[in-house]
Design a protein around this ligand. Sequence first.
Ligand code: PLP
Length: 398
Amino acid sequence: MSWGGAVRFARRLNAVPPYLFAELERKIAEKRRAGVDVISLGIGDPDLPTPQPVIDALDAGARDPETHRYPTNHGSHAFREAAASFYRDRFGVELDPASEVVPALGGKEAVGHIALVLLDPGDVCLAPDPGYPPYTSGPVFADADVHYLPLEEANGFLPDLDTVPSGALERANLLFLDYPNNPTGAVVEAGYFERAVEFARANDLVVVHDNAYSELCYDGYRAPSFLETPGAKEVGVEIFSLSKGWNMTGWRSGLVAGNAEIVERYRQLKTNLDSGMFEAVQRATIAALTDARDFPREMSAVYERRRDLVAEALDAIGLQVDPPKATPYFWVRVPEGHTSASFTELVLEEAGVVVSPGPSFGPSGEGFVRLSLTVPDERLDEAARRIEVSLRSGIIPA
Ligand SMILES: Cc1ncc(COP(=O)(O)O)c(C=O)c1O
């Protein structure tokens, strides 16, 4: 510290790796300062605008002085009704608006805080590997241990719950799952969530299904909610995010739904940390879930087209790809002779294209990189062309 040696920080932050995207953003800024026209396929942040009815609702809401005061952590009655009606129509799931749904300031906030709700020091959190980084940082902030569940290609990138060692299982109190999956783009197979419910019951643990991508699906696939599964509400909750389906990453809008006791505990925690979601954002979220309910289908069509474009380009340069049925992500195996890091570095240096190295999502990500489709078509085209040129010129051994 600048004012002397006596002040120290808590160790908490030292225990988590630097946040992946912070590191990527630093690298991109460095290249751009050096005059390189960098195309970033590293971050899953939609490039297209939020739908107009959502913007209009925020606009009208912000002009209404009724919204200017503290909201409640319960969320407005209208917000909870809109969420329940969306879940009923989209997933066939009945939610009690009074007790089984609560707003979240984005899915990430909910992931981190739900870990604080469910984990004590010494508890174990079962987390997918590779996985969304807050599945590690949330439990670490709770002083809990993370036991990684490898997602292997041979298993369709689903964790094999039968192989969790008994030592970890005895201390486990929380299992994170997320399908459609980030970073692998995998979708859940019929029956998998039933297995997860059974596993939770057998081992007295809670399932938190982080559903950030169910609304971005291709080829006619429609992703289920975890809450559709019989018994799901007894053992867990689902975190639903508006960020990706409605191009609302900046708005910080999501919700936690399912088991009433967990929903209430999460709400109680948050009364100590934040004062709820801005009422105008709640009204905008209602507009998304009602007036703009079909918007994610339009976005899915955009990503499906981009997915096909990238699949073709990667195929042409001999990279092994399995085009995703959902999510804006390609999980690509790096060419022979490369590590994730060396390939990421090379693509940045030679093509000015940023991809996310697989190990940033956990040790089982080694050998892969993630490409995001959240850039305009012409930039995506240009990125694919540049990678192809680098590869063809022999810089990247195919
Ligand atoms: C798996 C997963 N969960 C949650 C989120 C968080 O989304 P948000 O906080 O914007 O709702 C993301 C964002 O990338 C994600 O990939």
